[in-house]
Design a protein around this ligand. Structure first.
Ligand SMILES: C[S@@+](CC[C@H](N)C(=O)[O-])C[C@H]1O[C@@H](n2cnc3c(N)ncnc32)[C@H](O)[C@@H]1O
Ligand SMILES: [Zn+2]
Length: 202
């Protein structure tokens, strides 16, 4: 991973996407660790109890979720990384360190000078992802692959399974079970034969 040597890799200015954005100060090679996502570490309960960061937009957020369940609140002690906007076709990604308590914004590809830095927020909310909720977290990234929301959407592979598909799957599992039982029986027989020919009793 390439680290910043002297000058910062980024600068901030108004974004056509939303409010303030973060931009590449010079060409950034893929894999560069651009900056750390800094801020106070809080629990999900503390995050739920907090007043919105923008009273005019209750869905505005400076939170970055860690895999351990904690949240980094970029609005409290955060640096300019808190201004990075979301895109469904991002050029950056948040990488956790091995201890899982720090996040670094890393370039996913070569980024040209003055390009806006963007990562996929993939926000996880403890609620049913209703169309209303998706609209409240509406995405304006304009990417051809835009999913229309900054929320993480469930994998379509996880959609409810139909009865006939379930039946087919069960049949397949039973066939595999039979095959495995047959293999086990054969292996046990083989083991018996080997043990019979072993000189030292086990
Ligand atoms: C961490 S802030 C990013 C900085 C923000 N531009 C600002 O000036 O505060 C995140 C908020 O920016 C807005 N935002 C970021 N990316 C967006 C996008 N692709 N579409 C719509 N709103 C976006 C949303 O309100 C989101 O909650
Ligand atoms: Zn989008």
């Amino acid at each position: 991973m390439i680290m910043s040597i002297l000058e910062p890799w980024h600068y901030i200015k108004p974004s056509s996407l939303h409010g303030t954005g973060v931009f590449a100060a010079r060409d950034i090679p893929a894999g560069t660790s651009i900056m750390e996502y800094e801020g106070k570490h809080i629990s999900t309960q503390e995050a739920d109890e907090m007043e919105p960061s923008d009273p005019n937009n209750p869905f505005h957020t400076f939170f970055f979720s860690l895999s351990c369940g904690k949240i980094i609140d970029g609005g409290d002690g955060g640096n300019e990384s808190r201004f990075i906007n979301h895109s469904c076709a991002p050029n950056c990604e948040g990488h956790e360190n091995s201890a899982g308590n720090r996040v670094f914004i890393v370039a996913l590809r070569d980024i040209a000078k003055d390009e806006e830095l963007l990562y996929d927020y993939a926000l996880v909310i403890d609620d049913d992802i209703t169309p209303t909720l998706q609209k409240q977290y509406r995405c304006l990234c304009g990417a051809p692959t835009c999913r229309g929301t900054m929320l993480a959407l469930p994998d379509p592979k996880d959609k409810p399974i139909t009865k006939s598909a379930l039946h087919k799957k069960l049949k397949k599992i039973r066939r595999e079970q039979k095959k495995l039982s047959k293999q086990m029986r054969q292996l046990n027989k083989k083991l018996d034969r080997i043990l019979q020919h072993t000189e030292d009793p086990v």
